[in-house]
Design a protein around this ligand. Structure first.
Ligand code: CTP
Ligand code: MG
Length: 272
């Protein structure tokens, strides 16, 4: 059955324009090899496998020919697969894969991609390429919450560590330890936030437009898209994320991601 014509048009913005300083490979993180492919290629496969996107808009480091070529090669792969399955009578969604030059900050990269989405797009999912192993089920939960009426939805996982707030210590105390504890957040109320984060497109565009006027400190304090929507007073819903959606940030994360890929069933089969 062809559901593509009646389903809301959903775009996925894949932000892949970061420089990967903490990973320390001396190249943009999206290019770093993971299980024989690049981090970007794994991320693209995950988005496409979810089957929800009419468009995948990838923000790449400005003018990067290699990452642009990877996106083009992936689009050709998708087209070939679509032609093959169409010949067997299947009628899946063939997402358009497009690229935009990202910006200096993640938020700038999201804004660049927001201005490059196809007309008629109703929902947008913003996803970190660095979360290259996100399972399809997470995309589905986020998309389902949007379809059910959420204007903003984030995938979250429970926090396993006890989280404390601290302040720097001064004077004599600074000789004892660099920081002092100011409080302990109740762990049952805490969630670690992942991507893809899903939004009604008009709402997210409005939230990013409002953020253009932020000063440096305000802009630095905004660490995800949902926060901008929260600041405007919209409800943000939370669905279950997945531990294998880890953001590949440090060399240890890359080792974990390699280990997940080498698992007996492959990472996308692991839940929880
Ligand atoms: N990102 C982006 N544009 C930027 C900065 C980040 O598109 N100017 C993307 C990254 O490519 C990544 C996601 O946002 O997929 C999350 O950012 P992060 O994990 O911090 O990646 P990097 O900024 O590349 O890493 P680092 O901060 O260590 O340099
Ligand atoms: Mg960064």
């Amino acid at each position: 059955m062809n559901t593509a014509s009646t389903a809301p048009v959903t775009a996925v913005i894949l932000v892949a324009a970061g420089s990967g300083q903490r990973l320390g490979y001396g190249m943009p993180k999206a290019k770093v090899p993971l299980g024989g492919d690049s981090i970007l290629t794994h991320a693209l496969r995950g988005v496409a496998a979810a089957g929800i996107a009419g468009q995948i808009c990838v923000a790449i480091p400005p003018g990067d020919p290699e990452l642009r070529a990877q996106c083009e090669a992936f689009a050709a792969e998708l087209q070939a697969e679509h032609t093959r399955t169409a010949a067997q009578g299947e009628d899946g969604l063939l997402p358009a894969v497009t690229t935009v030059d990202g910006g200096a900050s993640r938020a700038d990269s999201v804004r660049a991609a927001l201005s490059a989405l196809a007309p008629g797009t109703q929902f947008v999912l913003v996803h970190d390429a660095a979360r290259a192993l996100t399972p399809e089920s997470v995309f589905h939960r986020v998309a389902a919450a949007l379809t059910a009426g959420a204007v903003a939805v984030i995938p979250v996982i429970h926090v396993v560590d006890t989280i404390k707030t601290v302040d720097p210590t001064f004077g004599d105390d600074a000789d004892i330890a660099p920081e002092i504890v100011t409080g302990t957040a109740p762990r049952e109320m805490l969630r670690a936030v992942q991507t893809p984060q899903g939004f009604d497109l008009a709402t997210l565009r409005g939230a990013h437009e409002a953020a253009v006027g932020f000063d440096g400190a305000q802009a630095a304090a905004v660490t995800d898209d949902a926060m901008l929507v929260e600041l405007l007073g919209f409800p943000v819903h939370a669905v279950r994320g997945a531990s294998q959606s880890l953001k590949i940030t440090t060399p240890l994360d890359l080792i974990l991601a390699e280990g997940l890929l080498e698992g007996p069933l492959g990472v996308r089969w692991v839940e929880g």
